[in-house]
Design a binder for this molecule. Structure first.
Ligand code: SF4
Ligand code: SF4
Length: 72
């Protein structure tokens, strides 16, 4: 069986689009979406595979609960 990879989940409804997670991701995984969320912001999304589970995004995000990083 293939080893499970780390994964980032952005809870788009809580994102205020400050962009800090995008800047601090070493793998360039995160990007601004073209959808506006319930709070009125163009929420961040995980735009590609390759998350290494470093948790930079989780640690820098000022919005509680907006980012979950899963490390198998
Ligand atoms: S955990 Fe690290 S590699 Fe994964 S999305 Fe967040 S900052 Fe990028
Ligand atoms: S750091 Fe948090 S609030 Fe800021 S863009 Fe990323 S997910 Fe959204």
């Amino acid at each position: 069986m293939e080893k499970e990879q780390p994964k980032v989940i952005i809870h788009e409804e809580l994102c205020k689009a400050c962009g800090l997670c995008i800047i601090h991701c070493p793998k360039d995984i995160l990007a601004t979406s073209d959808k506006i969320n319930e709070l009125g912001y163009p929420a961040t999304v995980a735009a590609k595979e390759g998350c290494i589970g470093c948790a930079n995004c989780y640690l820098i995000c000022p919005e509680p609960g907006a980012i979950t990083v899963i490390k198998p």
